[in-house]
Ligand binder design. Structure first.
Ligand code: URA
Length: 435
């Protein structure tokens, strides 16, 4: 079959800083998906995009081309007891200890909104929601589209694996970016996330764009630019989209791993849990309710157990036993505070990489993960610590992993003599919306 363009011309154009035409974009995304553009060619193009960027119009066209590579879901078919239900989705750009989807989805469903959370597995230092939930005995990540719609209609929330039919161009491209140093490009991240969300067909979307060492975007300005780009893409496609910019310089909550993050999520659903996890869950829930025209305080449904009831039903609908004991790591190692003072900083990236090295994450997508592995934190920035008190507990089934995890954590925290007031910690840094 003769091709409309030559991949080398498209690569050269972007390499030389030119804008790609609509036709070039449509062709290159389609040709790559069907294998007519080689991996090495797309790899060169991704690097040219990383280095030279894309204009907003190019990003919008690239996103549409990725959507067109696969199927689109239609949530308008979801019927609740009183007719069509509004759908609201949340997407996080990924962080360390980010278990928010687990309490958030059932919490928003309490208010009669359907919450589809098509999630992924972890790769590298950021954990994956599916890996966390798979630590619950019996729980299955894969459900058919038909079953997903049924669970959404009857229970109100579903967290499951995204089917292979949704934006297949992104699946292929994301795997390539992961091994070619081209993940951290705003046009590629924005189009990757938004193509899946728009193809999924949600009515509204709230983005949690992370900023800091544990996030793709290390500084606030780049995170704001990524958020602005995604909000505009959503809005142009008729998805009401807003974004919160949130801190990822230190892990969220006190657990980083799989089963231990589920355990902490259950604490939040029981009305307890760490302050930052509760604050972010409630803030994102408020945004999702607002986008669906519901003016209520979601904190109440966390405190009174209504969100917990939906969580348990949601886990049971996918074969899981929400009351079963969670797996526990066989081995542990405690890191103690070397001096007395205020914990000034605790680096998210170092803790994320340590947890990954302990077995909570994978290096290749075929690798298994350990359900019990991870890092339990005993103090957060701003807390007073006494010499010799436990700061972190490292958990794994395979003790030979401790040494590399400990190397990663070398220099990952600072203890100072000044008071907690000197530790600036703002979790929610900004809010962006299309208006
Ligand atoms: N998550 C995605 O789905 N895609 C990206 O490019 C980055 C994070």
């Amino acid at each position: 079959m003769s091709e409309a363009f030559d991949a080398v011309d498209v690569i050269r154009a972007k390499r030389d800083g030119q804008e790609l035409s609509d036709e070039q974009i449509d062709w290159v995304v389609d040709a790559y998906t069907r294998g007519a553009v080689a991996e090495e060619q797309m790899s060169a193009l991704a690097m040219a995009i990383y280095l030279n960027g894309m204009r907003r119009e190019e990003i919008a066209r690239w996103t549409r081309a990725m959507i067109a590579s696969g199927e689109r879901l239609d949530f308008s078919a979801i019927l609740g007891p009183t007719g069509k239900i509004a759908t609201a989705d949340k997407h996080s750009t990924g962080g360390v200890g980010d278990k928010i989807t687990l309490p958030l989805a059932p919490l928003v469903a309490v208010y009669g909104i359907a919450v589809p959370q098509l999630s992924g597995r972890g790769l590298g230092h950021t954990g994956g929601t599916l890996d966390k939930l798979e630590s619950i005995p019996g729980w299955q990540a894969s459900v058919s589209n038909e079953r997903m719609m049924k669970i959404l209609g009857s229970i109100g929330a579903v967290i499951c694996a995204a089917g292979t039919g949704l934006a297949p161009a992104d699946k292929k491209l994301y795997a390539l970016r992961d091994v070619t140093g081209t993940v951290e490009a705003i046009p590629l991240i924005a189009s990757s996330i938004m193509s899946k969300k728009i193809a999924e067909g949600t009515d509204s979307l709230v983005l949690d764009v992370k900023v800091g060492s544990g996030a793709f975007m290390k500084d606030e300005e780049s995170a704001r630019e990524l958020a602005r780009t995604m909000v505009a893409l959503g809005d142009e496609s008729g998805v009401r989209t807003s974004a919160l910019l949130t801190d990822m310089s230190t892990p969220l909550g006190l657990t980083v791993g799989n089963a231990i993050e589920v355990e902490e999520s259950v604490e939040v659903l029981s009305g307890g849990g760490p302050e930052d996890v509760v604050e972010l869950t409630v803030a994102l829930a408020r945004e999702m309710l607002l986008a669906s025209g519901v003016d209520e305080d979601p904190a109440e449904a966390l405190a009174d157990g209504r969100a917990m009831d939906i969580y348990k039903n949601m886990i049971r609908a996918q074969g899981g036993d929400p009351d079963a004991a969670l797996p526990v790591a066989r081995e542990s190692h405690v890191i103690k505070a070397p001096e007395t003072g205020t914990l000034h900083s605790l680096d998210a990236l170092s803790v994320g990489v340590a947890s990954w090295r302990l077995g909570a994450g994978r290096s290749r997508k075929e690798d298994p993960v350990q359900a019990g592995a991870g890092v339990r934190l005993h103090a957060k920035p701003g807390d007073h610590v006494a010499e010799g008190q436990p700061l972190m507990t490292l958990l794994t089934d395979t003790p030979e992993r401790f040494e590399r995890a400990l190397n990663t954590l070398n220099g990952s925290f600072k203890i100072a003599q000044s008071g907690p007031a000197d530790v600036e910690r703002r979790l929610i840094l900004d809010r962006l919306s299309a208006e």
